[in-house]
Design a protein around this ligand. Structure first.
Ligand SMILES: [Zn+2]
Length: 434
C-alpha cells in the first residue's frame, strides 16, 4: 500500500477520534443485552452507511445483526464488531464500585469498544484502499449476542462469511496481544422435567417432583466430573425449581454449559450427561424434554495474522497515559488483592509474569506466547475461525489483574483509557495492508 494511502487512513483516524469515542460512549450508555441491542446496532449501521458501505440489516434472521459492505472482488477483508452488554454490571465511570442503577446491565466485557474499534478499522481501511486503487471488498460484520455465545453461529450458518478471506476483530484486554491460544468448544442445553403436583405434606405419594429430577441429575453430573478429561468444564443453574415447598413441583428446569478443548472431546461427555438426565427422569417417574440451544467450536488460531498484528502494533506504538488516567488506574488496582492479581498473571502463562505484579497498565507488545494453549472460556468467534483465518487481538484497556466481566472493566471501558485502547486497535486494520 502506498505511503499516500496509509496517510489517508491515518488522517481519517486522527480526524475521527472524537466521533468514535462518542459512539463508544453512547453504546456504553445503552448497555443493551444480547439480541436486543437495537440502539447499538442501529448506531453502528447508520454510521458506516455514511461512508458508502451498503448495509444489510437483520441478517441471519436476527434483528440486531447486520453486514456492511464496501468495494467489490478479491480480497475480501472482514472486520467484526460486537456490542452486547452483561446483566447486573451497571457501573459509573468512577474507580470505586458505584452502579448507575443497581441490577442494570453494563459493558463488563468492553463490547462498546469492540463494536466501535471494528467500525473505525473498516472505514479507515476502505479509504486507504480507495486512495491506493486496491481492488477488494471490506465487510464489517455487526455481531450480536457474543455473551450468549451464539450470534455468529447463526451468521456463519447463513453463509455470511463465505466471501471473506480473512477476518479481524479487536477485544479490550489487559495486555496488547495477538494471542494464539484456542478456546473451548461449548454446548448449551436446557433440561425440562415434568412431574405431578400434590400437597407436599398431605398427599406426597401422589406427587412426582420435577425438582427431585433436577437434583438427582446434578448429583449424577457432579460424580461424572471425576471421569471426564481434565480440561472439560461443566456448569449449570436451576432456572426454575418450583413455587413454594408445600406444593410438589410439577415443572423444573436447569440450564447446562458443557465445554472441552475439541468438539470430539465434548460430544461423548455431552452424551453421558444426556443419559444422566434420562436416568433422573426414570428415578423420579417424571418426563424429560431436552432443549438443545447451541453448540460452538473451539478456536483455530492463525499464526500469520498474529505475527502481522503484533508487528503493526509495534509500528503504531502503545498509547501514553496522563497522570489523571494513571491515578484512576491506581484506584482501580486498590480493589484487587495481590493474591488475585498473582493468580491472574500466573494463569496467563506469560513468560516472566512475576515482573508485571507492579505494573498498572501494560504497555508492552509481546510476541504471542500461548501457541498450543487452550483458554477455558468459549467464544462464537471460533465458529468464524473455521470459515477463514481469523484473529481477535487484544489491546490494554483494563488494569492488570482485574477480573473479566467486572464493574472495574465497565468503568474502564467507558473512560479515556478505554478510548485509547480503541484508537490503538483500529489503527491496526489499515496498517495490516503493509
Ligand atoms: Zn467479550
Amino acid at each position: 500500500m502506498s505511503e499516500k494511502a496509509k496517510q489517508t487512513a491515518f488522517e481519517w483516524v486522527d480526524e475521527n477520534q472524537e466521533r468514535l469515542a462518542e459512539i463508544s460512549d453512547e453504546i456504553w450508555e445503552y448497555a443493551e443485552l444480547g439480541y436486543v441491542e437495537f440502539k447499538s446496532a442501529e448506531l453502528l449501521a447508520d454510521e458506516i452507511e455514511k461512508h458508502d458501505f451498503k448495509v444489510e440489516r437483520g441478517v441471519a434472521g436476527i434483528p440486531t445483526a447486520f453486514v456492511a459492505t464496501w468495494g467489490s472482488g478479491e480480497p475480501g477483508i472482514g472486520v467484526m464488531g460486537e456490542y452486547d452488554a452483561l446483566p447486573g454490571l451497571s457501573q459509573k465511570k468512577v474507580p470505586e464500585k458505584d452502579p448507575i442503577k443497581k441490577g442494570d446491565p453494563g459493558h463488563g466485557c468492553g463490547h462498546n469498544i469492540h463494536g466501535t474499534s471494528g467500525l473505525g478499522g473498516a472505514i479507515a481501511l476502505r479509504y486507504a484502499m480507495e486512495e491506493a486503487g486496491i481492488d477488494g471488498t471490506v465487510k464489517f460484520f455487526g455481531c450480536p449476542a457474543e455473551e450468549m455465545l451464539s450470534g455468529k453461529v447463526w451468521m456463519v450458518r447463513e453463509g455470511l462469511f463465505d466471501e471473506v478471506d480473512a477476518v479481524l476483530s479487536h477485544h479490550p484486554s489487559s495486555m496488547n496481544t495477538a494471542n494464539l491460544r484456542s478456546s473451548n468448544a461449548n454446548n448449551a442445553v436446557k433440561f425440562h422435567f415434568h412431574g405431578k403436583t400434590a400437597h407436599a405434606a398431605g398427599s406426597p405419594e401422589q406427587g412426582r417432583s420435577s425438582l427431585d429430577a433436577i437434583e438427582l441429575m446434578n448429583i449424577g453430573v457432579n460424580f461424572l466430573r471425576e471421569h471426564v478429561i481434565q480440561d472439560a468444564r461443566i456448569h449449570y443453574v436451576i432456572e426454575e425449581g418450583g413455587g413454594q415447598p408445600n406444593v410438589v413441583p410439577d415443572y423444573a428446569r436447569s440450564w447446562y454449559l458443557v465445554r472441552a478443548p475439541e468438539r470430539d472431546q465434548l460430544e461423548p461427555i455431552y452424551q453421558r450427561i444426556l443419559k444422566i438426565a434420562e436416568g433422573s427422569a426414570m428415578m423420579t417417574d417424571t418426563d424429560l424434554e431436552v432443549e438443545f440451544i447451541k453448540g460452538i467450536y473451539n478456536k483455530l488460531p492463525s499464526k500469520t495474522l498474529s505475527d502481522a498484528v503484533t508487528e503493526n502494533m509495534r509500528k503504531i506504538g502503545p498509547p501514553e497515559y496522563t497522570d489523571e488516567e494513571m491515578e484512576f488506574a491506581e484506584k482501580i488496582a486498590e480493589s484487587i488483592s495481590n493474591e488475585d492479581k498473582r493468580t491472574t498473571l500466573w494463569k496467563s502463562k506469560r513468560p516472566n509474569w512475576e515482573k508485571f505484579m507492579d505494573v498498572l497498565i501494560d504497555r508492552t507488545i509481546p510476541d504471542a506466547w500461548d501457541e498450543g494453549e487452550v483458554s477455558h472460556g468459549s467464544t462464537d468467534v471460533s465458529d468464524v475461525s473455521w470459515q477463514c483465518p481469523t484473529m481477535e487481538f487484544g489491546t490494554s484497556t483494563y488494569v492488570l489483574g482485574t477480573p473479566g466481566h467486572s464493574w472495574q472493566n465497565v468503568a474502564l471501558s467507558g473512560m479515556s483509557i478505554g478510548h485509547k485502547s480503541l484508537f490503538f486497535a483500529y489503527e491496526n486494520a489499515h496498517v495490516q495492508y503493509d
